[in-house]
Design a protein around this ligand. Structure first.
Ligand code: SF4
Length: 181
């Protein structure tokens, strides 16, 4: 599919979360384009590893994929002062707003009227917190992909496509906490 026909830009955090989100949107008849924008991910090698899996997934579903610039220093500046917050706290809110702003700007640049994020599929994330950060950005669709068994379906699809599933959320501050869970 050419992106000119896309009506919905999906911010993709990783391939496993994208799998079931894409499936749901396609079942609904959406014309989807993907946007990999994850300056939160550390280290860079991990960012690349997740990106390569997203590229593979975009080919499986024959969807256009756009890749954002990786700027972890800018992300660190954005969350400055909240590094030690627990997961689901203020640091994560700022992290969401960073990626959502990037996605809204990309949607505007491409002329795609609506957008959302795969972040809502994770049971480790509260969708209302994500929606609240999306409030200032016009065009955001409050799709909650964890509803109707979305996360379980993402695990099934990850096994089907043999997708790499990471053991922590993404930033350096989540490496220790996620592994302790
Ligand atoms: S734990 Fe995840 S959502 Fe929270 S700041 Fe780190 S990368 Fe972002």
């Amino acid at each position: 599919m050419d992106y000119e026909n896309a009506g919905y830009l999906l911010h993709v955090c990783c391939a496993p979360c994208a799998s079931a989100s894409i499936e749901r949107l396609l079942e609904r008849g959406e014309q989807v384009a993907l946007f990999y924008s994850n300056s939160n991910i550390f280290p860079y090698e991990e960012y690349v590893r997740r990106m390569e899996e997203v590229k593979r997934l975009s080919q499986i579903y024959s969807l256009p994929l756009f890749i954002d610039e990786y700027d972890h220093d800018a992300w660190l500046t954005h969350i400055k002062g909240f590094e030690t917050e627990p997961e689901k706290g203020r640091r994560c809110s700022l992290c969401f707003s960073y990626s959502l702003r990037q996605t809204q700007q990309k949607a505007q640049e491409l002329g795609i009227p609506r957008f959302s994020t795969t972040l809502t599929i994770s049971p480790h994330k509260r969708s209302p917190q994500i929606f609240s950060e999306a409030d200032p950005f016009p065009g955001f669709v409050t799709d909650d992909f964890k509803k109707k068994g979305g996360f379980a379906r993402s695990i099934e699809l990850s096994e089907t496509y043999e997708l790499y599933r990471q053991s922590y959320c993404g930033c350096e501050f989540s490496i220790r906490t996620d592994k302790e869970q």
